[in-house]
Ligand binder design. Structure first.
Ligand code: UDP
Length: 240
């Protein structure tokens, strides 16, 4: 089944998905082949930034698909008649790694601190049976060397944790050199997987309150929530 047509959220086309499984099967087909491309997570902060900054918008538009990572984005899509669930980037990454482990799909990991990346690699190999063909931490690499290394090791999936928009910009350039792979920017996902960062309890996630959990844990990041407030105001006024 093909995914439904994208829905515009603040002028950005975002693809609705009925389930996580549906999203994963758009990337890894039943026969184990990987569909090349790059997916980017869309949340309120990115929508607000893209409205003001055409470089951010261009980065989002150059991805081959945008998925609803934030609950507020899901609300707007539903307001516009879409049937969609939230596809949190962390969960999508984990579901992809699980499939990659089952099917022997080669994976390259980019980003995060060296000790975090070591922990992620070990756990992926030991608990998920993932074939990690290379890993480069996010502090101090030379970009052209890294692109060569990725090309040389032939991954089918490359996941990149460098923070936004740096990870998306890197993906664009790497994809030009090695277009056969699927790319995904994963933000703080490795930190969650390595156990450095706790996720919200299930009941909060199910009620769309993951943002509140993060705010309570890192109150100094409150400035980041200005964009969430702006987004919600536009959502209520149906201006997205
Ligand atoms: N990171 C990195 N190199 C850098 C900056 C960040 O590898 O120069 C990693 C960081 O260790 C973390 C991930 O990028 O694992 C996401 O960082 P952050 O949460 O700050 O970014 P956000 O996703 O919030 O934009």
């Amino acid at each position: 089944m093909r995914p439904a047509q994208p829905i515009e959220v603040g002028g950005i086309p975002v693809t609705p998905f009925g389930s996580m499984q549906e999203a994963v099967s758009e990337i890894i087909r039943a026969d184990g082949s990987v569909v090349p491309g790059s997916w980017v997570a869309i949340n309120a902060e990115k929508v607000v930034r893209a409205r003001r900054d055409k470089d951010v918008r261009a980065v989002l538009e150059q991805a081959t698909l945008r998925y609803p990572d934030g609950m507020s984005v899901v609300w707007t899509m539903r307001q516009k008649g879409a049937i969609t669930t939230r596809i949190p980037g962390v969960d999508l990454w984990l579901a992809l790694m699980t499939r990659a482990g089952q099917l022997g799909i080669p994976v390259y990991l980019v980003g995060a601190r060296p000790e975090t990346l070591d922990a992620v690699q070990s756990r992926l190999r030991e608990d998920f049976g993932v074939s990690v063909v290379g890993a480069t931490d996010g502090f101090g690499f030379v970009e052209s060397d890294l692109v060569d290394r990725i090309q040389g090791s032939g991954p089918k999936i490359v996941t990149v944790a460098l923070g936004s928009p740096r990870q998306e910009e890197f993906i664009q350039r790497c994809r030009a050199a090695h277009p056969q792979a699927f790319y995904m920017g994963v933000g703080g996902t490795y930190d969650v997987f390595a156990g450095n960062v706790r996720r919200a309890p299930t009941w909060m996630r199910n009620h769309g309150l993951e943002w509140l959990f993060r705010l309570l844990r890192h109150p100094t990041r409150i400035w980041r929530y200005r964009s969430l407030v702006r987004y919600l105001a536009a959502h209520v006024a149906r201006r997205l």
